[in-house]
Every structure is written in C-alpha cells, then in structure tokens.
Design a protein around this ligand. Structure first.
Ligand code: NAD
Length: 479
C-alpha cells in the first residue's frame, strides 16, 4: 500500500483509497525531481466524501474511552514509523532532517494529548438555584460532537497542524474531511494510513488532496458543521465570508516580534532567536521576524547572532547537519529574494546571508531597516530576520503592536516589572517571557487576535471548539 502511495497519492473516500478525477505531479522541494502523481477529486467526489463521513459519524457509537484508545495507538504507531514519516516530510516540504524529526515528535505528543483528552470531555454544572425564586432545580450541560469537521491545512506543519485538527475532532466524536496543503499530499496519506491502522473506523475520515478548487468545493458544501483552518489571512477571511453561521477555527498569518532588553541573558537569547528565526527555513507562523534589541547591546547581540549562524550550512535538507533547507517553492524564493533586495536598495544593511541557490536562501539578517520596508510590514515566511534597535521598552512594544497581526511574541529581560508590562501591553494571543515568539508547546491554548485569527488550538481547547453544549435543567418531579 505505501509503495503504491509513494508513486501515486490517492483520495480516501467512503472507506477506500480511490483515484481522483484528475492527476497532478508533485515535485521534490530541493532538487525538483518528480515524486508522485497526486489524485485530485472533482466536486462529485468531494460531495461523496463529505456525505460518507457524515453518515458514518451519525452511526458511530464509539465511547470516549474507545476514541482515546485509537488516538493513543496512533501516537504509538507514529513513534514506530518515525523514520518513514521523516523521509516523507523532507520530500514534501524540503525541511531539514532535524526540522522533520521535530515535526513528527511534536505530532506524536499531540495525538497522545488528544487521546488523553478524549476520556475527560465533560459539560458543566449550572447553578440554577442562584436565580431568585428557583428551588429544587439543577442544571448541567451535555457536550456533543458537531458532526463533520472539515480540516484545511497549510504546508508548513504538515503533520502536527493536521494532528491538531484531526485529533481533537476525533476525540470529540466527530468525523473528519481533510484537505491538506497541495504541497504535502504524501505526508497526509501516511497520516491517514496510520490512523486507520490504529483502529479508526474507516468511514470517519476522508482525505481529499488538492488546492484551492477542492477547498472551495468544501466551503460550498452544506454538510460540514465546522471548518478548522490554518493558513494565510487572505484565505481565512475568504472562509469566514463563505461558511455563514457555521463555526470556524481560523489560525492565520502573523508577523512575530521578539524583544531583547539589555539586562537579558544575551547568549541564551541569541541562541534561541537563531533557532526561532530559521527553523523550517523561517516558514513558521511564530518565526522571529522582527527582533527588537535594546540599543546598548545591539552590537554585542549582533555578534552573538553571527556566531550562532557560523558553520551552520544551508542547502540539501537530507544532509545531516544542514541548518536551513529550501523554501517551499521557487516562487516563494523569488518573493523573499525580491523583498530582501528591495530593503537593501532602500538602505538596509545585509548583516548576514542574503544569497540564494535554487530555492535555498541562506539565513539572512538585515540591519538598519526602516519601519516602512516590506520586510517590516509583511509576513516574510522565509529565513530572514530584521534587527531593530530600541531605546525605551515602551517604544519596542508600540512598534511590535503596529501590525494587523497578533499571534505570538517573546521578551527577554531579567526584570519582572518590564516583562509583565510587555505581557500587558502587547495585543497578541501569547507572550513568552525569556523565550522567543516561537516557543509553543502543544498542550497550550494557541490562537491569534486581530488578523491572526479566531478560535483556539491545543487539544483540550480545540475539543471545546469542536463540540456543542445542550443545557439540561431538572426540576423536582413532584412539587
Ligand atoms: P494558504 O492560505 O495559501 O493555504 C492554506 C490552505 O488553504 C491550503 O490547504 C490551501 O490549498 C487552502 N486554500 C487556498 N485557497 C482556498 C480556498 N479558496 N478555499 C479553501 N481552501 C483554500 O497558506 P500556506 O501558504 O499553506 O501557509 C502559510 C500561511 O499559514 C502563513 O500565512 C502562516 O502564517 C500561516 N500559518 C498560521 C499558523 C497559525 O497557527 N496561526 C500556523 C501555520 C501557518
């Protein structure tokens, strides 16, 4: 089955692997060699997939314990199949071996967390007698699955983000239709295979590879009750406009800042910032893009960043030790290169990197940037970090807030008052103190504010999003 999937990525519809209405060729992200023929469904197949999942979900009688056991088994299988999954992630995404391993290890934990949470889904007690004139009545809620959850996912976390959608949906008793990113269909197929091998009833999950057309057909379908989306703000806004009163979880674009104060442990901060700016070639929603450094330590911090980048090669993601691999496509590399070029033309200083070979862009550090440059105002989603000096912490906070986005930030300081001021003033979903913007762990509630989206990931919190409550009140049978 797997060898066949490597040659052709099929749909999984109505409990079976099937051919699509059309076929597209998938390419390796580093060397461009053809990897697989990807089957893409037409609208009829999308309809059949959604309706089959809805029918299976309506019939499903799995208990929380049984759903938890399936998700735990999936987590264990993921650990066993780590090597094969890592290879596939590298091919689909161009991530380095280290980044792909980290992706699988985090997803293994995410599935485990979902398995644990499946066993403790509860409603809540409502103190009805707290209202005047009420006596002998109690109230509680029943928490119920929604039906079909439609998961639409991005290329940059093709296992863990998908597990953050599918895992809570299954834990909560829903069926799932997954449309993965068009760049990563092989990874998605392995994940579906793994869930089925772990005992997930085959009707409860459908896989529909493809791009915007397949996504659009899913948005227009009347059956999904919930859209779990991670991706760009542009597509997120389109989803919000398209699905009417149906519920959504929209984890969208970002432009993340990390602030380094003069009193911080600079060496530690620099090491963490280097990883957080360049892992996955900077293609992470929480990647450090704007790095605010207090002026008095700017030079020293710049040296520490340069030291952190020394002997860390960019290039072939399969070569052990490669620090930065290719970005997802030549078009993406073109865009990043042109933004860096434009910044340099406008007076920015190229402190490090800035070269390109194929889709590989070397880790790039820019100094002397102006607030209005594209590298400051737009999400780069590439291996580029911008150094901005500040004198007063309040100025750095004001600038970090000056973006349409609000996902995550970090601040390094030894002063608790300063740290708490930053946490209080920044309009973002998460502030990490003495960590970078990119230091999420998977049990956290995770979501953005402003144009970074609505709704929460994190298994426990996503289960709440993917369920509905019925309030039940009970009065005395005989007055
Ligand atoms: P994208 O928005 O281009 O694509 C995401 C998904 O949406 C893909 O599966 C794509 O095929 C699908 N899609 C595109 N058009 C559609 C349409 N009309 N209808 C339905 N589906 C459609 O994003 P991407 O390039 O894959 O990922 C990068 C973006 O994701 C960045 O902006 C990044 O910040 C964001 N992201 C956010 C988070 C978060 O947690 N907030 C996490 C990871 C990535």
């Amino acid at each position: 089955m797997t060898a066949q999937l490597m040659r052709s990525a099929l749909l999984f519809v109505d409990g079976d692997w099937r051919e699509g209405a059309s076929v597209e060729t998938l390419h390796d992200k580093f060397d461009g060699t053809p990897l697989a023929q990807v089957h893409v469904p037409d609208r009829g197949q999308v309809d059949r997939a959604v309706r089959a999942v809805a029918a299976a979900q309506a019939e499903s009688r799995l208990t929380g314990f049984e759903r938890g056991r399936i998700l735990m088994a999936a987590s264990a299988l993921m650990r066993e199949r780590r090597e094969r999954l890592v290879d596939t992630v590298v091919a689909d995404t161009g991530f380095t071996l280290t980044d792909a391993e980290r992706e699988i290890d985090r997803a293994t934990e995410t599935l485990q967390l979902c398995g644990e949470e499946a066993k403790r889904i509860t409603g809540r007690m409502v103190p009805v007698e707290g209202s005047p004139g009420v006596r002998g009545r109690i109230g509680f809620t029943l928490r119920k699955p929604l039906g079909v959850v439609c998961a639409i996912t991005p290329f940059n976390a093709p296992v863990n983000t998908v597990c953050h959608k599918i895992g809570p949906a299954i834990a909560a008793g829903n069926g799932v239709v997954l449309k993965p990113a068009p760049e990563t269909p092989l990874t998605a197929a392995l994940l579906v295979e793994l869930l089925l091998d772990a005992g997930l009833p085959e009707g409860l999950l459908a896989l529909l590879p493809g791009g915007a057309d397949v996504g659009q057909a899913l948005l227009e379908h009347p059956v999904p009750a919930f859209y779990a989306f991670t991706g760009s703000t542009r597509v997120g806004e389109h989803i919000a406009r398209s699905v009417g009163i149906r519920r959504t979880q929209l984890e969208l674009g970002s432009l993340a800042s990390t602030i380094v104060c003069a009193d911080a442990a600079l060496e530690t901060a620099a090491g963490l910032c280097v990883n957080a700016a360049f892992r996955k070639a900077g293609q992470v929603c929480t990647s450090v893009q704007r790095l605010y450094v207090q002026r008095g330590v700017l030079e020293e911090f710049g040296r520490l960043i340069a030291r952190g980048l020394a002997d860390r090669p960019a290039g072939d993601p399969r070569r052990p030790g490669t620090f930065v691999g290719p970005v997802i496509s030549p078009a993406s590399a073109d865009r990043i290169q042109s933004w860096v070029g434009e910044a340099v033309e406008q007076g920015a200083e190229l402190v490090h990197g800035g070269t390109r070979e194929g889709s590989v862009i070397t880790p790039t550090v820019l100094g002397n940037v102006a607030k209005t440059m594209t590298v400051m105002t737009n999400e780069i989603f590439g291996p580029v970090v911008v150094l901005r000096p500040f004198d007063h912490l309040a100025d750095a906070v004001a600038e970090a807030n000056d973006t349409p986005f609000g996902l995550a930030s970090g601040v390094f300081t030894a002063d608790l008052d300063s740290a708490l001021m930053v946490a209080g003033e920044l309009r973002v979903g998460t502030v990490h103190i003495n960590e970078t913007s990119s230091s999420r762990v998977d049990l956290m509630p995770f979501g953005g504010v402003k144009a970074s989206g609505t709704g929460l990931e994190g298994p426990r919190y996503a289960i709440e999003e993917m369920t509905e409550e019925t309030l039940v009140t009970v009065g005395p049978a005989r007055p």
